[in-house]
Design a protein around this ligand. Structure first.
Ligand SMILES: *Cc1c(COP(=O)(O)O)cnc(C)c1O
Length: 389
């Protein structure tokens, strides 16, 4: 049996051995509760403080502006619910897009049921949001704008800095949040470069462990805690801190930023080569997301194949040793077409046939060659079986 080929790095990444090495001491030695006053606790406290300072140094912000959370989902929930709860007197209108991650979209639905107005700005056929359209949708009572930096399904990179500038120009009091979970390994996500007030990140998409994320909160931004209990994280997120996770996240972020260019070049080259091969070998192949490859995540290839179900392709690929997904881990198993492709105007038959290939550090040229050989065979086989083809 040949080795497995993992092409689902947008869903999660393996833990970098250097990250694992950094976190192990916090399970073996410095395992105390950071809130204690004795030596075991203080060792853990030091690890946590240092991790926060390291992250703040990398993002060029203050340590007090970092709240560690359990991941991207919690950060999105805290940003949206926390910001709105503390600003209800300023307004109850929120602006977003229909292609956000479910962590944002489902939270927006709950916020709407609680009485807020939500405006979703339409995206174009490549998934882009116009900064001018966001500006035009602002109202005096717009409390928050939340738009993702990079889309997890189709890889569209939004002009977040421009959007933030357009919002602040008209409405300085409106907060801007971005889910930068997918962008962290690829783009400059320093808050002052993006010009936003709130940023969600998670470790497991940048070769860190699952279950640790963070929310950057610009100083003097009021935020109502959503998890109540002890006074951890400056009373903005209760619960005994995930010290080993925070240390791991800081290490993963440091490596992601230090190796950003080299990593991006690596995955971009593999992705581009696979696209060129597949384009030659498969008819009825559609690229989802930006045609200009400089405006999409360098590791993302999202494809639709006319006349075949995405789910069948994924099962056949798995049997051939290749792990890929339909785009959104949360909708695997559902027969609904992707909300992202639908919002981009992709025809519903095609939207059922989406396959997302997302490259990572451990992929190499031999993986590209094997996928370029297997995938056309899988598509041919499925098309010959399918009466609708
Ligand atoms: C993975 C992902 C999330 C969720 O992060 P978790 O750490 O898995 O909760 C949120 N937003 C985007 C864009 C993602 O890709």
């Amino acid at each position: 049996m040949p080795d497995r080929i993992y092409l689902d790095h947008a869903a999660t990444t393996p833990v970098d051995p250097r990250v694992l090495a950094a976190m192990i001491p916090y399970y073996q030695n410095a395992w105390g509760n950071p809130s204690g006053i004795y030596m075991e606790a203080q060792r853990a406290r030091r690890g946590l403080d240092e991790a926060r300072e390291q992250v703040a140094g990398l993002l060029e912000c203050l340590p007090a502006e970092i709240i560690f959370t359990s991941g991207g989902t919690e950060s999105d929930n805290l940003a949206l619910r926390g910001a709105l709860a503390s600003r209800s007197e300023l307004g109850r209108h929120v602006i977003s897009t229909p292609i956000e991650h479910h962590a944002v979209l489902h939270t927006l639905e709950a916020i709407k049921r609680a009485g807020c107005d939500v405006t979703l700005i339409p995206v174009d056929s490549e998934g882009f949001v116009e900064p001018a359209a966001v500006q035009a949708a602002l109202r005096e009572d717009t409390a928050l704008v939340t738009i993702m930096a990079a889309n997890n399904e189709v890889g569209t990179l939004q002009p977040i800095a421009e959007i933030a500038r357009a919002v602040k120009e008209r409405n300085p009091h409106t907060l801007v949040h971005t889910d930068a979970v997918q962008a962290a390994g690829v783009l400059d996500i320093r808050p002052d470069i993006l010009g936003v007030d709130l940023i969600s990140l998670t470790a497991h998409k940048i070769y860190g462990p699952k279950g640790i994320g963070l929310l950057y909160v610009r100083r003097r931004t009021e935020l109502e805690p959503q998890i109540l209990g002890g006074s951890q994280e400056r009373e903005r997120r209760a619960g005994t801190e995930n010290v080993a996770g925070a240390v791991a996240f800081a290490t993963a972020l440091e490596l992601a930023i230090r190796e950003r260019e080299q990593h991006s070049d690596h995955v971009r080259r593999l992705r581009d080569n696979l696209w060129l091969d597949l384009r030659e070998r498969i008819d009825g192949l559609h690229l989802n997301g930006p045609v200009d490859f400089d405006r999409r995540l360098p590791n993302n290839l999202s494809l639709c194949f006319s006349g075949v179900e995405g789910e069948s392709i994924l099962l056949q690929l798995d049997m051939a040793g290749i792990a890929a997904s339909s785009g959104s881990a949360c909708s695997t198993g559902s027969t609904e077409p992707s909300h992202v492709l639908t919002a981009m105007g992709v025809d519903s038959d095609l939207a059922h046939a989406a396959v997302r290939l997302s490259f990572g550090a451990e992929n190499d040229d031999s993986h590209v060659d094997r996928v370029a050989a297997e995938l056309p065979q899988v598509i041919d086989r499925l098309r010959s079986l399918s009466p609708v083809a």
